[in-house]
Design a protein around this ligand. Structure first.
Ligand code: ARG
Length: 425
């Protein structure tokens, strides 16, 4: 009898310990839903999701908890515009030397670097050969570590446009995976991208900085073509992100109904007004200009692209300020891949420098992004029911946003992928 009782007790203890919640305590938590800082939070996590958020006196807990006292916790950050398969060291003609297989393996390394920097979700905008789909599936299967991925597959664009490859003469007959001209060709590409696993569609509405021979301010897809993309994509329940720098192209893309405008460099007052009216998100990569102009030449960026950047970066920053003032919906999109993966969150301090409050910048990189992804119940904030994607920084991000450049702890879906260590790793 006694033995039985003892065994039952042991069993109870063992099973309850395997069922025990993970607990996190910290000095403060940034609540991106209310826009407030919560002092002394105590978070419990079960089966990967947040099950309660209470406040605790810091000294109450010494035992079996993840002790992040001295730190501020935030939801895992979301980068809405990255290129995990691209290397910041390979631009222009250098890029031609890498196969898609090489790009895939590099993507594995980049995914890890991104996650370790505190970015637990990435929207990957454009990858040949559906490498991004493979990366996403490998991460979801647990084969490799990386952010949660939402991927576009090959970007759609016109022949000779920003999303084509214009580096080689006609003899080589090179054109990118996603090139499609005319409404029906475009519709077919949307369908093909969905067939092979895309979560969303990326299009190139205008020329770009880094593409050879394109004019950054000039519209490329016609309104008709973009309307077809949006109709096809929305019918299938997915969103459209449009690369657009030039004023007309931005306007046409918004008019066509895209869900986000990437770059939006030369957006004018009419564009800002229309974006606001339609609820279109802007994803303005205002850090990358520093890398392009500083280190781009050594990485192979063509002189013509550097010249384009000189005319784009500062105007984009001015227009960012205007769009923030006007109250347009904003997400953080960085274009990491053009610059080193893992440096994604350097953009936050520029977003503050050019007009956002630190809370607004953090919301752009969390709850706003999650909403655009249609995943606001799962990611983008620390709330009951959401995945426990939680990061920690030393210091106070609402006072000094640049502390986000040194994320010291990362949890993804309740699993600690970067433990806090006093020794800097
Ligand atoms: N991928 C973009 C393009 O080539 C990069 C633009 C970067 N410049 C900027 N100011 N945001 O157009």
């Amino acid at each position: 009898m006694r033995v039985k009782f003892f065994l039952a007790l042991v069993f109870l203890l063992l099973s309850s310990s395997t069922l025990a919640s993970t607990v996190i305590i910290a000095d403060a938590m940034v609540d991106v839903n209310t826009g407030k800082l919560v002092e002394n939070p105590l978070i419990t996590i079960d089966e990967g999701r947040i099950t309660s958020i209470r406040s605790a006196t810091a000294n109450q807990f010494t035992g079996d908890v993840i002790d992040l006292r001295g730190m501020t916790i935030l939801p895992g950050m979301i980068d809405m515009h990255a290129h995990l398969t691209s290397s910041s060291q390979e631009h222009g003609y250098k890029r031609l030397a890498s196969s898609q297989a090489r790009a895939a393996l590099r993507g594995v390394k980049h995914a890890k670097a991104t996650l370790m920097a505190g970015v637990t979700t990435v929207r990957n905008l454009g990858a040949g050969g559906f490498i991004d789909v493979a990366l996403r599936d490998s991460i979801n299967a647990g084969d490799i570590v990386g952010p949660r991925l939402f991927v576009s597959g090959p970007s759609l664009g016109i022949t000779g446009g920003h999303c084509d490859n214009n580096l080689l003469p006609v003899d080589y007959q090179v054109s990118s995976d996603g090139v499609a001209d005319g409404p029906w060709e475009v519709a077919k590409k949307v369908r093909r991208n969905i067939k092979y696993g895309a979560d969303l569609i990326k299009i190139c509405a205008t020329g770009g900085v880094l593409s050879k021979g394109t004019k950054v301010g000039v519209q490329q897809y016609s309104l008709e073509e973009m309307q077809m993309v949006v109709t096809e994509a929305h019918r299938r329940g997915i969103t459209v992100a449009a690369h657009a720098h030039g004023t007309d192209g931005i306007y046409a893309a918004i008019e066509a109904g895209v869900d986000s405008v990437e770059h939006a460099s030369f957006i004018d007052d009419a564009g800002i007004k229309l974006a606001k009216k339609n609820g279109t998100y802007l994803s303005m990569d205002i850090y990358v200009t520093e890398y392009i102009l500083g280190e781009g030449a050594a990485a192979g960026i063509l002189e013509e692209s550097l010249a384009k950047e000189r005319k784009t970066g500062s105007l984009q920053r001015e227009n960012f300020t205007k769009a923030v003032k006007a109250g347009v919906k904003m997400v953080m999109g960085t274009d990491a891949g053009v610059y080193p993966h893992g440096d994604n969150l350097k953009q936050l301090s520029r977003m503050v420098q050019f007009g956002m409050t630190p809370m607004q910048a953090l919301q752009a990189a969390s709850v706003n992004a999650a909403t655009l992804l249609n995943k606001e119940n799962d990611i983008g904030s620390i709330k009951v029911g959401a995945y426990a994607d939680i990061v920690a920084v030393k210091g106070k991000p609402l006072e000094d946003i640049s502390v986000m450049e040194d994320v010291v702890f990362v949890m993804q879906g309740g699993i600690v992928v970067k433990p806090y260590s006093k020794v800097k790793q």
